[in-house]
Design a protein around this ligand. Structure first.
Ligand SMILES: [Ca+2]
Length: 470
């Protein structure tokens, strides 16, 4: 009798243990690689086929994952767009709704250390009350790393190690020279909380690849989250031969071996360098993925790729209108890829309306992480949409950049800006060429009313620094 009871208990134990193992395997936290590039335009992927740019790694990820054609960022330039990626909130809600940078460099001014210490680049940053993706995923047991362009403030309280990240190598500010890592004469590369000039002279993309590989190698025993923000293919932030003349600046920098194949095939040297910077970045990502595969960590890695804003005009953003800094589609709609073999379908092109506001809730859901309590988020978990299980719940999105305003509601887009505006039907006119304001006054009024309601909601939100007067 006793022996039979022991056997029964052994059997029950085996069943329960088996169930637990299955459950753990099913819910095994994926590694998360969030790749953000800088000013890479909507058509600037080789697989789109409209440009001579070569991006074999991104093309493969698109072939093995989902490529989004209607993915938007929250602002048409770096800082506010990145603040939304990290917080899951509109810039007007998290407070970082304009750039943080030292504008006097535009007039050739070189900041002294004393001036720099009290300049916007040092004194402004993402409000410390905001919770970041790093905070959310670290609480879920992840080792969190930030490599590349941070752009959320450089005073110590604003740097990644104080904002939810265990590892940081990159530049704190908006942009650098790819080789000196200076921003208009100011050394800007950090390791952890300290500025470093140890790697001066090495191309930034190579350094970010090296540090991404270092972080991944050091994170073998835990699930990890790496926010890998290449500064490529942003223009170099360095003075030209005449510091007061912006036209003498170099533009995008890239190693000769990547520029040479484009030379003679594209209209000028600037474009050859831009494409070279994209291809070099693509190759770096390829090496990181190859290393993941070799180490066995690649099997359960969830990768999201997109650009922080539209292309800055290198080679154009056709079929989209305009580019970076504008609220036309060329400034806001960006290339997007989601890749997670076995969890996200392969080779799918999705036209679903999605945005960078979805990134935080999506990665939190993938990680089984709790969303921050008491924080109003502006997006949702987009995994069911990426899997094709349901349509995007997003029906509208709003933008404001200084006096420029825009709303995208259903198929409609309204834009009002110093350089023009109108009402456009994106379902038939992705290039925003036919202003339908006069023909559709009711639609125009509805979009303006939706914008006003959004603006009111933002104004009523709990105030955040650094720009708001409260
Ligand atoms: Ca950018």
């Amino acid at each position: 009798m006793q022996r039979r009871m022991v056997r029964l208990w052994q059997w029950l134990f085996a069943v329960v243990a088996g169930l637990l193992v299955c459950d753990a395997a099913e819910r095994r936290q994926p590694n998360i690689l969030l790749v953000v590039t800088d000013d890479q335009g909507y058509p600037d992927l080789g697989c789109i086929g409209s440009k001579p740019v070569r991006t074999p790694t991104l093309d493969r990820l698109a072939a093995e994952g989902v490529r989004g054609t209607s993915f938007y960022v929250t602002w048409p330039a770096c800082t506010p767009s990145r603040g939304s990626i990290l917080t899951g909130r509109y810039p007007q809600r998290n407070g970082l709704y304009d750039m943080i940078r030292n504008d006097m460099v535009n007039y050739g001014h070189r900041y002294t250390p004393e001036e720099y210490a009290v300049s916007p680049e040092m004194t402004l940053g993402l409000d410390v009350r905001e919770q970041t993706l790093g905070d959310v995923l670290r609480r879920a047991g992840y080792r969190t790393g930030m490599v590349g362009k941070w752009d959320m403030g450089q005073a110590r309280r604003f740097l990644p190690l104080q904002r939810g990240f265990d590892f940081f190598y990159g530049h704190g500010n908006n942009g650098i020279d790819y080789y000196t890592h200076e921003r208009y004469g100011i050394p800007s590369m950090f390791r952890g909380n300290e500025r470093t000039e140890a790697d001066k002279g090495t191309y930034a993309t190579d350094l970010f690849k090296r540090e991404a590989l270092r972080f991944i190698a050091e994170s073998k025993d835990r699930p990890w989250f790496l926010y890998l923000a290449f500064n490529a293919p942003h223009s170099a932030s360095s003075f030209g031969s005449d510091p007061t003349d912006r036209k003498t600046r170099e533009g995008v920098q890239a190693p000769e071996q990547y520029v040479a194949p484009y030379r003679g095939k594209v209209k000028d040297e600037r474009l050859a360098k831009y494409y070279g910077a994209v291809t070099c970045m693509d190759e770096a990502l390829g090496e990181i993925l190859a290393r993941l595969k070799q180490s066995g960590q690649g099997e359960n890695t969830f990768l999201l790729f997109f650009s922080d804003n539209g292309g800055s005009g290198n080679g154009g953003n056709a079929p989209l209108k305009a580019g970076k800094s504008s609220l036309w589609e060329g400034g806001l709609r960006v290339p997007f890829i989601a890749w997670w073999p076995g969890h996200v379908p392969a080779g799918k092109v999705s036209d679903e309306f999605l945005t960078s506001l979805e990134v935080l809730p999506t990665l939190a859901a993938a990680a089984g992480a709790k969303l921050p309590e008491g924080v109003k988020l502006d997006g949702f978990d987009m995994l069911p949409v990426l899997r094709g299980e349901k349509q995007s719940p997003r029906t509208e999105m709003f933008w404001q950049r200084r006096s420029d305003k825009a709303a995208h509601v259903g198929q409609w887009k309204w834009i009002e800006s110093a350089k023009g505006g109108g009402l456009f039907d994106l379902s038939t006119d992705i290039g925003e060429t036919r202003d339908l304001s006069a023909e559709k006054p009711d639609v125009l009024a509805r979009l303006k009313a939706r914008f006003d309601a959004w603006r009111k909601e933002m104004d009523a939100a709990e105030p955040r620094g650094p720009f708001r007067d409260y």
